[in-house]
Design a protein around this ligand. Sequence first.
Ligand SMILES: Cc1cc2nc3c(=O)[nH]c(=O)nc-3n(C[C@H](O)[C@H](O)[C@H](O)COP(=O)(O)OP(=O)(O)OC[C@H]3O[C@@H](n4cnc5c(N)ncnc54)[C@H](O)[C@@H]3O)c2cc1C
Length: 398
Amino acid sequence: MLLPIRPRQAHAQVQSQGQGQGQGRVHVIGRGIVGLSVAFALQRRGVRVRIVGPAAKLGSATVAAVGTSTLKGNILATSPLFALKMRGHAGLVDWLNTIEKASGRAVSRDFSGAFEPFYNQKEYIYQRKRVFHRQFTGCFALKVLDQRALSARFSSGGMFPRQTAGAFHYFRDGWYDPLMCLAALEEALLRGGADFLCGEVVSIKPNPMGGQLIQTDAGCHEAQQTVLAAGVFSDEILAASGFSGIRQEPVEGETVLLGAPQLNDMVLKLGKMNLVVNAGVVRVGSSSRRQADLACCQASGLASEELAELGSTLVGASSVFSSAWGIRGRFKDHSPAIGTLKWANFAQPLWLATGFYKNGLQLAPLFAEKLADLMLVTPSLSTAMSTAFPLPMSSILS
Ligand SMILES: Cc1cc2nc3c(=O)[nH]c(=O)nc-3n(C[C@H](O)[C@H](O)[C@H](O)COP(=O)(O)OP(=O)(O)OC[C@H]3O[C@@H](n4cnc5c(N)ncnc54)[C@H](O)[C@@H]3O)c2cc1C
């Protein structure tokens, strides 16, 4: 049975307020995990926010994500981005609790660890090599469980993938439901006094009177400050706003939801795939494919069929409930970009939070806190601080 997820609200009543009403607010463009996390972080610091964007848009990444947050046993980072990923992961449960409290809505999660099954000794050796990759990065944050230990763990009428010889158990890893998290964030924002504009943004221009003018398909709106967090769709808006040459490579994928009432809850890593069982629903997420442009992909239907088959073979999942297709944007160095862009001759910058290609669900809260902190330092300092975390913004312009 599917969990009762309240549809994302249209918040149409706010749209009619039109120009002028939102002038004193920071406008955050994008209702994915990044935009809503930024809005929430700002609101918690006492800032009045308005969120701009459609309730649903085909291709949005967060609604297509499985929702896993995994470190696969690593306790030491070998790159700055991985160090951030570890920090993001460490703060996730507290962050989810905060959102639940602020919204009064539950966000399903399972942080009892992720399992990576192996079916024979050859696979065990291969996975062991990959996990340790000949460096000390984390042999303390995982356990190897044999079949007997797995059977004991999953004995209560549930099951583990058939013919499994054993599994690596990354006991710090976990999962949360991205859709429930978006719904809870929106509710928390509403309760905190935020409002929502449902139009699609076409461009953002500096306002000669101060702040920015945001052109949507439904009208023009004045903003005191603006954060662009429209995922891979940010590029088009930036180009129409006078910032050319910023390009995220589109990478697509899909997640299929299947029914399996007989299964116990578990989080599985299967190479590049993720499979999560929670409350009788199986979520299987595909590996990513590069895509030439943002047009809807023909291959998505076939890929979804493949995922449904995998779910059925591995864990005996049956009926397909739904599938969602999404695109994330990847900068050359695979790192997200947060920071400022400036128009010539205007002091007020445009804030940017985009390029969350992988692991956006564990990085977004951390980056959102950082961006909110940057925005709250004095304006003169923040424009001088044309900085990003962890990379200088100039790196996205090359
Ligand atoms: C199949 C798949 C599986 C994934 N699995 C995982 C996972 O298990 N764990 C994990 O951590 N990450 C996962 N990811 C990555 C993760 O989903 C992304 O890193 C993250 O969702 C990016 O969030 P975002 O808010 O930047 O973008 P999005 O979620 O794409 O949000 C962009 C927002 O901008 C809005 N928008 C678009 N155009 C406009 C416009 N013109 N005007 C106003 N608003 C606009 C959209 O409506 C949307 O609300 C997965 C991604 C995919 C595709």
